[in-house]
Design a protein around this ligand. Structure first.
Ligand SMILES: CC(C)(COP(=O)(O)OP(=O)(O)OC[C@H]1O[C@@H](n2cnc3c(N)ncnc32)[C@H](O)[C@@H]1OP(=O)(O)O)[C@@H](O)C(=O)NCCC(=O)NCCS
Length: 544
């Protein structure tokens, strides 16, 4: 019998152990104290615990904050993160109960929280979060760049006995194979994998002999790993010229027949990343390590660079110190600062030992390409020295300076991170959105809008009544005088407000029922007016 309750300070050791065991790959599991206990935003009353016979078996965290949704409009938000249930207790509904523990209308109202968001695994979002919490996927304009620096960790793991045994068990045909595959990957050093009658070897040498050459990028390799029908996907990738395969006919045929083995090799490649090298030259800027006091200018720079993006949460120097400087995997020397001749900060980057560039920011009014190149050169050099194997960076998709610099350094654009949102209180959210658009409102008459929502989670009010007109949007109280009545569902309204679906699409897909019908044009113009236009960006430091 499970018991669900809120976190208390005596739970720290057990929760720390649970998080470490559940997420060992993220900062080696050593992040709970920093991310939660020492976080200025930590609030035990929104951390949920599941226990059985006095032993903690599950936990779920919320971090309260606020972020921008439009020019001049920020909302109070809740980030859902670090949901973990011990393996022996999974699939019994523990996570579902944890996620619902403090999810009540009163709690959101009391705290004024209107949006819940999450950077969830899309599969888990589809199966668990969206049906339970009403998550809708938001298109981020954030772009992720990735580069492999070396295949060291892959070579080490391939040489391990257990790896060889596993591969043989999975592919008994390996005993009869004699095949060398040379992978020319766009954002990585050369890699040669030799399969010789049951033994596997990997090296960074360029294969000069009788081998198959596979040329492509990590993204295409990833699509081959995820497919059920690898042969068909391989043919499509070849026809689309995303992959080039060269070699003698007999070797090509052998490779095609053993496509699932090739798929296993692609999987090893895309999941075992590693690091680059370079540096030098400065021009009018120079680069140095972080010095105490820099955080004031750094926070100003961050705020100036990203203030127009959706998701923006202003940095204070104190918050930045906690978020970047005190992060468990960040060494002082890995916080790089670019200064001009007057020692004024023009850019900075914070990189973790694992290769995550938590933040990289530059002054958009200065020579961005020079600043970003200088930062990338140096942080790649740092990562190479400490033996990291790969680099990941998040940047706004339309930032052509970072885009060009990443291309120059051989980074590859990777699938965009996914963000999911769920509006918690439309009655407060909509007037806030409208307020941010003041001045753009071009309506000549006032309307009283009554929106009836279907399929709403229990913490959402299913009726919205508001007056829309020359003075923006205000709550109304008399539903008898509604001039437009709309029936729609919770997900459609969220998608409309977040700009994921256009009002016309909603109408043509029969997601909106409007009464009286001649008010349809009016309603469409109100909905288009309310739609969010912000481009969304989150640096990696905001993800975890
Ligand atoms: C995800 C996790 C918290 C679920 O806990 P749980 O108590 O087993 O969850 P519940 O029993 O309430 O619900 C399980 C549902 O989630 C689904 N699910 C669990 N993990 C999943 C995954 N990785 N991908 C897709 N669906 C998943 C299950 O299939 C099940 O759906 P169903 O009932 O429709 O079959 C647990 O598996 C866990 O700790 N995983 C490792 C950590 C993690 O991934 N955390 C989430 C990211 S922060």
């Amino acid at each position: 019998m499970y018991k669900y309750r809120l976190f208390s300070s005596n739970d720290s050791d057990a929760v720390r152990r649970l998080i470490k065991a559940t997420f060992p790959n993220f900062l080696e599991g050593e992040y709970w104290d920093w991310k939660h206990l020492h976080n200025p935003r930590f609030d035990p009353s929104i951390v949920a615990i599941a226990e059985e016979n006095g032993k903690i078996v599950g936990c779920s965290h919320w971090l309260q904050g606020s972020f921008k949704i439009a020019k001049g409009a920020a909302v109070k938000s809740l980030l859902t993160c670090d949901l973990a249930v011990r393996p022996g207790h999974r699939n019994r509904g523990v996570a579902r109960r944890l996620l619902l523990l403090r999810r009540t209308r009163e709690m959101f109202k009391q705290r004024g929280i209107v949006v819940n968001y999450d950077f969830a695994d899309p599969r888990l979002a589809k199966k668990l979060y969206s049906p339970l919490l009403g998550y809708t996927k938001v298109r981020l304009s954030t772009k992720k760049y990735f580069k492999i620096i070396s295949w060291k960790s892959l070579i080490n793991s391939v040489s391990r006995k257990e790896f060889q045994q596993n591969l043989k068990r999975k592919f008994p045909k390996l005993e009869k194979l004699d095949l060398t595959i040379f992978f020319k990957t766009r954002s990585a050093p050369p890699l040669t994998i030799s399969l010789s009658y049951g033994t596997v070897k990997a090296s960074e040498e360029v294969c000069g002999g009788d081998c198959i050459t596979v040329e492509g990028d990590l993204r295409t390799f990833l699509s081959l790993v995820q497919t059920q029908n690898v042969r068909r996907r391989l043919l499509v990738a070849i026809l689309e010229r995303k992959i080039k395969i060269k070699g003698s006919f007999s070797k090509l045929f052998e490779t095609y027949r053993n496509a699932s083995l090739l798929q296993a090799l692609f999987k090893i490649i895309v999941t075992r990343a590693t690091p680059v090298g370079l540096l030098e030259e400065a021009g009018q800027f120079s680069i140095r390590g972080y010095e105490d006091g820099d955080e004031i200018e750094i926070a100003q720079l961050f705020n100036k660079a990203y203030m127009n993006y959706g998701g923006f949460a202003p940095r204070t120097p104190e918050y930045w110190r906690w978020c970047c400087l005190e992060r468990p995997d960040v060494e002082r020397k890995a916080v790089l600062v670019v200064v001009d001749r007057h020692e004024s900060i023009a850019g900075y980057a914070v990189v973790g030992k694992s290769g995550s560039i938590w933040e990289l920011c530059y002054d958009h009014e200065r020579e961005g390409e020079e600043i970003v190149s200088l930062l990338l050169d140096n942080l790649v050099d740092y990562l190479e020295k400490i033996g990291a194997t790969s680099i990941v960076l998040n940047a706004p998709g339309e930032d052509s300076i970072v885009n060009r610099a990443c291309e120059k350094f051989g980074f590859e654009a990777y699938p965009t991170p996914k963000m999911f949102v769920s509006v918690l209180d439309f009655g407060r959210f909509i007037p806030l959105l409208a307020e941010s658009k003041k001045g753009k409102w071009a309506t000549d008459s006032d309307e009283t809008l009554l929106v009836k929502l279907k399929n709403t989670p229990f913490w959402i009010n299913d009726t919205i009544l508001m007056k829309v007109g020359r003075n923006g949007v205000q709550a109304a109280s008399d539903s008898q005088h509604a001039t437009i009545k709309v029936e729609t569902d919770f997900i459609t309204l969220t998608s409309l407000l977040f700009g994921i679906m256009s009002p016309v699409q909603a109408l043509t897909h029969l997601k909106l029922e409007v009464e009286p019908f001649w008010k349809i044009p009016k309603l469409l113009s109100i909905l288009s007016y309310l739609q969010m236009e912000a481009k969304w960006f989150f640096p990696l430091s905001d993800f975890g």
